[in-house]
Design a protein. Sequence first.
Length: 647
Amino acid sequence: MGSWYILLYKLAEIYRELKIVMEYQDLEKLSFDEVMGDELSAMGAVEVPLHGRIFTWINLLIVLTVVVVAGRVLMIGPRLHEEYVAQAESNLKARQVEYAPRGLIVDRHGKPLAENEASYLAVLHVGDYIKLRKEGLDNLSKVESILNIDSETIRAAVEQAVVSENSEVVLATDLDEEQIIAFRTLVDNPIEVRPGLRRSYPQGEALSSVIGYIGRVGVNDLEIDPALEDYVHTGKAGIESYYDEWLRGKNGYTLSRRNSLGERLSGAEKLEPQTGRTVQLTIDAEFQEYFYRRLDAGLKILGRTAGVGVALNPQNGEVLAMVSLPSYDNNVLVSSGRSDEKNAILSAEDQPLFNRVVSGFYSPGSTIKPLVALAALVENVITPDKHIYSPGYLDIPNPYNPENPSRFLDWRPQGYVNVVSALAQSSNVYFYVVGGGFGDVGGLGISRLLKWWNDAGFGKPTGIDLYGEAAGHLPDLIESEERRGRPWLLGDTYNVSIGQGDLLVTPLQLVNYIAAIGNGGKFYQPHLILETSTTLIGDFSGHIEEMEWVRRGMRAAVTDELGTALTMNDLAVEVGGKTGTAQIRNNREENAFFVGFAPYEDPEIAIVVLVENSRQGSLNAVPIAKDVFSWYAENRLQKEPEKLEGD
């Protein structure tokens, strides 16, 4: 204030000097006689020149005025504009949002998978925030301490509330008792503790790969969907994200107007919130929990952490179970606090948030052989009764060095095998020959293999209703040549014919093609919503005769004395299956697979079990798959799903 007093003093001094000057100028207007008269003598005035410092003070006054005005403009503009707008708006209207309860997520039998529980919200009143900030009170730092959030987070939330014309903003959605007491005892409190709802996931880790979780609406969310500006949360992963628009409902509000004195006026507007839609999934929660526990236990016995389990209904593409390990507890991510647990999930080296079912790339190993066999039969490369001899390897002559042939190994000597026994015993040599050719068998060749893989849905997303689905990867001859510095060779075709090399698929693509083999050739789009209509995305049913030979080979894998899945032969349900082992990381590690369907004659379930970095190849996947089939046969076969009323 001292500078203002000095300025006023200088202005008064300038005014006095200007008044004297004006009086002198008035004298010049008098006549010569009047000037020479007694009055002039009486005034004692004489003509003097205008003093130079007057102009200096005038210029200084102008500069000071410009500086003060410009400073206020700058402060009111970029820095305080939002706050003044918010304060003005709060005088005119108080818009209290009534948040819509988020819709429930239930399984195919109506069992809750995501629900709402009572909680308490910390609601910041924008007008009170601005007032406290202007007055420089310490309450805001206390609010930050109670909620364990920084001032920039609060400021950003307030700015967003201003843009959205809201007079309040939710800072926290799950207050504990200690926080509630702290706010209720805080003087000049800008926070209102209000009843609300928080999200809860009863199955936690067992279903988080499907359900996902919700999180606070952020800037990126608003850029994608501006309609979220009135919402506190949005789906961040899984079903919560994909069907967020269904689940979020429509917020209501109470809009009351006030005059410039803050007095409430009559005639408040009120819009009731609309609860979000209940979403019923194809998932069988009890089966999902069993599959999760069994796969997790199997991995722990092996000292491993990563694996996949998927189950589909081959008759319509419904996803019955989807397990991606390691998993995470989605209840942690929707809770207030628990920072250490959240950071552990977000920074984990084995990426629990990564859904391996739809986003993981894997060499399929021998699980690709049923498709290669079908292609070879349809393309007349081989006949069902054609036998090929496997001594445990296939030697390809080297024209430059006949004594050093290129040798491609079988996993054991197989003797003479045909299409059924080759599938049952998983003969590599047989599929080297029908894939790339040898002797009197011409082989499919890479071009026809690529066509069949594409028709089976590899190299493109299935279209499941989850974000982040990967396309996989089909061999690209040009890309391969550029990467390796050599053209595509016969040995490369041999490798992809047994599911190694440049062929990469997702577990979902793999189980979907096995489901098609099981049902007679129909490829259905996998889906997670029970009411979704069945969509056909591929069809091999025109090759039913050739497919029956392939199915026999998969059944023989379970029933034949040399079958790779013989241990499943004592199950109460007939199973058709195929084991697989894929070498990875320069053959230092191997992934174990089992794919199969049951019942054999009219399958109602198809599964894939994958164990990453297994100890004994497919032997580690078969026991898990056997127990899964056993549980499903005992608890679910022949039972119909229960749809919700009104669907």
